[in-house]
Design a protein around this ligand. Structure first.
Ligand code: 9YT
Length: 133
């Protein structure tokens, strides 16, 4: 069994900080679960474009308010506590927070913990060594 505490995890390398968001990886590929599990905070007033071309992601809003736009269809959805979205088509999307969003996120395949966002908003596919191309 794996038991981890978010506040403890935030004190170490599980916390990844980026411009306008941070994410604490409570489960990573190395845990062998077949998915990774993250608690992500999106700073108020920020907007982010992501495109996880090589991963499926589901996201559940624990607290805060914002909006997600499907960049292929132009459709927007309100994010509020209790709402879940799943990027089942590796959807290109824009996420914005009006007040701080706290989100629980699952990735399949799991992230390893070393990925950085590439220019196109994606993470490298699992198993690919270079991370920034
Ligand atoms: C909301 C969202 O896309 N979260 C993704 C998790 C974050 N980008 C991470 O942990 O890398």
């Amino acid at each position: 069994m794996i038991v981890r505490d978010l506040e403890e995890a935030r004190k170490g390398e599980r916390l990844v900080t980026a411009n306008g968001w941070d994410s604490t990886r409570l489960l990573l590929a190395g845990d062998g679960m077949g998915f990774s599990f993250h608690i992500t905070r999106i700073a108020p007033g920020t907007t982010h474009e992501f495109h996880y071309k090589h991963h499926f992601e589901s996201v559940y809003c624990i607290s805060g308010h914002g909006e997600i736009e499907d960049l292929d269809t132009g459709k927007t959805y309100q994010i509020r506590p209790g709402v879940m979205y799943a990027l089942d088509r590796n959807d290109r999307h824009r996420l914005s927070a009006s007040d701080e969003l706290v989100l629980a996120c699952c990735f399949n395949p799991p992230v390893t913990g070393t990925e950085v966002h590439r220019e196109d908003g994606s993470y490298a596919p699992a198993g690919e060594l270079e991370q920034n191309a």
